[in-house]
Design a binder for this molecule. Structure first.
Ligand SMILES: NC(=O)c1ccc[n+]([C@@H]2O[C@H](COP(=O)([O-])OP(=O)(O)OC[C@H]3O[C@@H](n4cnc5c(N)ncnc54)[C@H](OP(=O)(O)O)[C@@H]3O)[C@@H](O)[C@H]2O)c1
Length: 259
């Protein structure tokens, strides 16, 4: 992928991985970039004439329609925005499971559906358009402390795979990015090892340039996918161990509180 030939749109561009991808795309020479976020006031000043900040809540149909009308030069869509609402399947309110699905699965689908006609119009055999879906290594096996979230990401991965086949004839390539723990607000409550968002973003762009369809942008996700490739139940076993470690302190704290 030659970024200098692309006009990109990033969702959730105001912080975390979205901001890091935005900054990395600017450094990599992107032609133009629509930095979209729920509250344009929250977008850090990037002092770059190539950037246009637009309001986009990916669950808001009217805003999606307005974005589609405004970005007719788009050739690279990055579906990054996401949330973690739902945890273990027992005891997590159904509304939180629905909230993850609405943001992590239906949201990207609705945004993409609205922008496919533009991507198709701006694509050719020599200059394919691209959709990059930021999914998660949690799409490949379920980590129950993030159970509902992982399920929404598994749905997003499956959708991405289908979309890849569906759009190939239109010269629209579909990529997935599947990070492990990255040091953003989303993981603020976890104190395990994390990769810096800038490193994950730079590794993502390098992989896109190489044409890797499924990208693992950090050491943890690279290790985890190697376990999965060796034996897909192996990642489930690893996540089972991790889940025990993550939930044990809570059990200990409960025992202390009860004693
Ligand atoms: N951090 C990790 O370890 C990790 C690992 C695997 C995958 N991921 C995925 O990477 C992506 C980015 O995560 P992050 O770590 O950068 O999280 P983050 O720091 O919490 O940022 C989340 C971003 O998504 C935006 N967002 C949430 N709901 C939205 C909506 N309805 N419409 C538009 N924007 C919305 C947020 O906007 P506001 O500022 O308005 O809230 C924010 O910009 C997510 O898809 C996440 O699932 C992250």
């Amino acid at each position: 992928m030659d970024f200098s030939r692309h006009t990109a749109l990033v969702t959730g561009a105001n912080r975390g991985i979205g901001l890091a991808l935005t900054q990395a795309l600017l450094s990599a020479g992107i032609q133009k970039l629509y930095a979209t976020c729920r509250d344009p006031e929250s977008m850090p000043e990037l002092n770059d004439a190539r950037v246009e900040v637009l309001a986009l809540d990916i669950t808001d149909a009217a805003q999606i329609a307005a974005i589609a009308a405004r970005t007719t030069d788009l050739s690279l869509l990055i579906n990054n925005a996401g949330i973690v609402a739902a945890g273990p399947f027992e005891g997590t309110p159904r509304a939180e499971v629905v909230r993850d699905m609405n943001t992590n699965y239906y949201g990207p689908i609705d945004v993409t559906r609205a922008l496919i006609p533009t991507l198709r119009a701006n694509a050719s055999a020599g200059h394919p358009a691209a959709i990059v879906n930021v999914v998660s290594i949690g799409a490949f096996a379920n980590l129950p402390v993030l159970g509902g979230y992982c399920a929404s990401k598994a749905a997003a991965l499956s959708w991405s795979q289908g979309l890849r086949i569906e759009l190939a004839r239109d010269h629209i390539e579909v990529f997935t990015v599947n990070p492990g723990p990255i040091d953003t607000d989303m993981t603020a409550s976890s104190d395990g090892p994390k990769t810096a968002p800038a490193e994950a973003a730079n590794n993502t762009l390098t992989a896109l340039q190489r044409g890797e369809l499924d990208i693992f942008p950090d050491p943890a996700s690279q290790y985890m996918i190697s376990v999965f490739k060796d034996n897909y139940r192996g990642l489930e076993a690893l996540f089972s161990e991790m889940n025990q470690q993550l939930t044990e302190p809570r059990v200990e704290a409960d025992l202390i509180a009860a004693s």
